[in-house]
Write a protein that binds this ligand. Structure first.
Ligand code: ADP
Length: 808
């Protein structure tokens, strides 16, 4: 930077230009004017483009002139006094307007004002309007005086700087966000900054009478008293936490430093700087409370919470206390790595559980593992571990470990129990199937032969006896069927297909089936149609069975010449409701609860022994209704009759309506109509493959009632196949249990041979289990007839074949 620029900067640093007059300086200019015997003396400062007079004594010839007119500019050219005796004789000044015009300066002498750093910022000069010369004394005085002026300038400058820094300090103290205070040894507050006042809600005017202990919170008085004491004794107490209270009484938490200023070895005042940490302490407190709560929660949940490193070592970073309960080892033992958690995992489970965990972690998914641990006491515990990669730190895994040993034991027991139940169920099914088979076989003979006896020309009494035998046999058969039905339902072995079913059409079918029975008891059947053609979402066959049961009860327990009414409606809950009403005696209120109990006949067996039954029909009905998601209700009034109502869901719009199903009973009735008009048509050959002599004898006798039916008997499966090939019978009746090969195989071979495959094969078996019937029907038998044989049905099959053969 050039000298002139530095010089001007030096001048500006004194901050003296354009300032008001200064008495001390004015005195100096007066003194020098008098001493030099001149009318004018002045302190002139040379600015960049002007000269400005700081002090003028005598005639105020100018205050400010342009720099070109400045005499002092010449004076600051050297270090000594610049003196011009007569300006008119001086080449540099002769033309100066101050010379040529008023004030017509003729004499000038100036001593430069030199700063400590050597910059000449102006001059102390004396002037006269007449030529003159200074004495050497006057010159020395002028020089001395110029130094005095400079000293005065320097002093002023220093004072300015001091004031500046004082202002800055005060500004800093007042405007800092910290609380600053000074307290006398007596506790009087000597100073408190604005932040202090604002934070504690005081004003400056409160301070003079305020003692620091009035500001300290009561809970902190003792602590602060001891701190104060220690401070006064000269101890460095370091960082302190104190609690003040605001003027309104609110606690204010502060943190900071307090020191003491000593004078002559005695404490003069404390100086303290604090930071308001109320908010921070509040948050900290909340955090502590929350953390304590979480910790309590973590420690109290039955499982352990963990954080492990996400690497092969899986070392423990944190484990909550319940781990001790689970493993026998305390969290601290795992933290030390003795033992490591992975080392107590049961050997066989280590690899699979780790593999699964890794696989899940690769996909950044949660893992959920079950494995065994070896407890400290040597026992094996089952645990469930669930966890994930820590979302804030992929190097860590976090999760929970629960002891599931009990659960596993229960599961194990349940599985065992289920296995046992399944085995028992299987045994029960086997037993039922066996029992049914064993009972059916003798019943086959009882019912069959008694039927033949009835057909024979015997005395009336004998026929009546035969009828009784046949009746009792049928009753027994009915009972077997119902017991089987019930146990099948209980075992969930019923097959159903729910579809949209037109209820009215099922009722029509029921009426058709029970009509003969109703006619026998002189019961009138009424079918009240709603005309809405209501459809329910049910299994058609099961609904038929339900309504058949209710209808036959309605007839059986009706009064002489009573009525049986069917009505379909939509219930208040929006379901399809079918009512079967009778006009019988009704059911006593106290007996209603026993209605659906198997074998409970509500004492009817005592009161009316003629009314036969097993007491199973309604139990089966209720179970079937519930199986289809429906419900059954009963209302009965003694002497008025009973109303049995069943309710089902209405048809579903996304299902097609049922096409209806062939009802075997109806078909069988049709067979019977063929008899006897077709008996004497073309002859047919039937092959009966059966090893039981009684059964063979029965069929032989039945066939006697049909002319032109020739019977061939085979007592073994293999023999049956040979005879079938040889004789090409029109029909084959096949028993299942044969001494050499079973019925299944015989059937397969017959169907597999082109010589026999077109011959209709009827199974004739005492095995009435639905599974078996369904299976064999699927294999291609013409039909499955169960023992005891329905002789009418058997004859109708023969009749149909005879009719076909004859017409074909
Ligand atoms: P079962 O008719 O074979 O005895 P159910 O289970 O069908 O067995 O009926 C149980 C009992 O409920 C019957 O024995 C009878 O006492 C009574 N019961 C059933 N339906 C009616 C009815 N419509 N009116 C009066 N009593 C009935």
């Amino acid at each position: 930077m050039c000298d002139e620029k530095l010089r001007v900067m030096a001048l500006k640093s004194y901050r003296i230009l354009d300032t008001p007059s200064d008495e001390d300086l004015d005195l100096l200019t007066q003194l020098i004017a008098r001493f030099c015997e001149v009318p004018v003396a002045l302190i002139s400062l040379v600015d960049k483009h002007r000269q400005w007079a700081k002090s003028i004594s005598g005639v105020r010839i100018y205050e400010e002139t342009p720099r070109e007119m400045s005499f002092c500019d010449l004076a600051i050219g050297g270090d000594k006094i610049f003196e011009v005796t007569n300006t008119e004789e001086n080449d540099q000044l002769r033309g100066n307007p101050l010379v040529t015009a008023s004030p017509n300066i003729r004499f000038y002498a100036g001593a430069p004002l030199i700063t400590p750093s050597g910059h000449k910022i102006g001059a102390l000069c004396v002037l006269d309007m007449v030529p003159r010369q200074l004495t050497s004394k006057q010159r020395s005085a002028l020089l001395e005086m110029s130094r005095l002026v400079m000293q005065r300038f320097d002093m002023r400058k220093e004072m300015n700087l001091l004031k500046d820094s004082e202002l800055q300090l005060a500004d800093l103290i007042e405007n800092t966000s910290d609380l600053i205070q000074s307290v006398s040894p007596e506790g009087l507050i000597l100073f408190a900054n604005q932040t202090w006042l604002d934070t504690l809600g005081y004003t400056k005017s409160d301070l003079p009478s305020l003692n620091i202990f009035e500001v300290i919170h009561p809970d902190c008085q003792a602590h602060c008293g001891s701190l104060f004491q220690r401070l006064m004794e000269g101890e460095d107490i370091g960082l302190v936490d104190v609690v003040f209270k605001s003027k309104e009484g609110c606690p204010i938490a502060l943190e900071g430093r307090i020191t003491v200023r000593f004078e002559d070895g005695k404490p003069a005042a404390t100086r303290a700087i604090f930071r308001d940490v109320t908010e921070r302490k509040k948050v900290q407190k909340e955090l502590e409370v929350r953390e304590a709560r979480y910790r309590g929660l973590i420690n109290n949940i039955p499982g352990a919470v963990y954080r492990f490193s996400n690497d092969d070592n899986s070392h423990c970073i944190y484990l909550s206390p319940p781990i001790k309960e689970i493993t026998g080892f305390a969290p601290a033992e795992f933290l030390k790595g003795s033992p490591t958690y992975s080392s107590i995992i049961y050997k066989d489970d280590t690899h699979p559980s780790k593999g699964l965990k890794m696989e899940r972690l690769r996909k950044h998914e949660f893992y959920d593992l079950e494995y065994r641990l070896i407890h400290k006491n040597g026992s094996i515990r089952w645990v469930r571990e669930q966890g994930r990669e820590n979302p804030d730190n992929a190097n860590e895994l976090e999760g929970t470990i629960f002891d599931i040993t009990e659960q596993k034991m229960v599961q194990h027991k349940e599985a065992e129990a289920k296995k046992e139940a399944e085995a028992a169920n299987l045994a029960k099914s086997k037993f039922l199937s066996r029992m049914s088979h064993e009972l059916r076989t003798p019943l086959h003979s009882i019912i069959g032969f008694s039927k033949i006896l009835q057909m024979a020309e015997l005395p009336e009494k004998q026929v009546r006896n035969a009828k009784r035998i046949s009746h009792a046999g049928e009753h027994l058969l009915n009972l077997i069927n119902e017991v089987l039905d019930l146990s099948r339902i209980e075992a969930g072995e019923i097959y159903s297909l729910s579809e949209n079913v037109k209820i009215e059409s099922v009722i029509d079918e029921v009426i058709l089936l029970v009509k003969p029975m109703a006619a026998e008891h002189l019961i009138q059947i009424v079918h009240k149609t709603s005309g809405h053609n209501i459809q329910a979402f049910v299994d058609r066959q099961l609904l038929l069975q339900v309504l058949l049961n209710l209808a036959s009860n309605g007839i059986k327990y009706n009064c002489h010449e009573g009525t049986l009414t069917f009505e379909v409606m939509i219930s208040s809950s929006g379901r399809a409701r079918i009512e079967v009403r009778d006009s019988g005696e009704g059911i006593a209120k106290n007996k209603l609860s026993r209605l659906f109990i198997p074998f409970d006949r509500l004492d009817v067996e005592i009161d009316s022994p003629d009314l036969e039954g097993s007491g199973l029909g309604l139990s089966i009905t209720k179970k079937l209704v519930e199986f289809m998601g429906g419900e059954i209700t009963v209302h009965s009034k003694m002497g008025k009759g009973s109303v049995f109502a069943v309710m089902f869901d209405m048809a579903k719009s996304d299902h097609k309506a049922s096409k209806g199903i062939d009802v075997p009973q109806v078909k069988h009735l049709e067979y019977m109509h063929l008899d006897p008009s077709v008996t004497d048509l073309a002859s047919i050959k039937i092959l009966y493959i059966e090893d039981n002599q009684d059964n063979v004898a029965l069929i032989e006798q039945v066939i006697e009632y049909r002319e032109r039916v020739k019977l061939i008997v085979a007592i073994q499966g293999g023999q049956g196949i040979d005879l079938a090939r040889q004789h090409q019978p029109d029909l084959i009746f096949l028993d299942f249990h044969l001494p050499d090969i079973n019925g299944d195989e015989v059937l397969q071979r017959l169907l597999g041979d082109k010589r026999t495959r077109d011959i209709p094969v009827y199974m004739l078996s005492a095995d009435a289990m639905p599974k078996q019937i369904k299976r064999l029907r699927g294999l291609g038998v013409a039909d499955y007839l169960t023992k005891p044989l329905n002789i009418d049905l058997f004859l109708s099959i023969l009749d149909e074949k005879l009719a076909k053969k004859n017409s074909g």
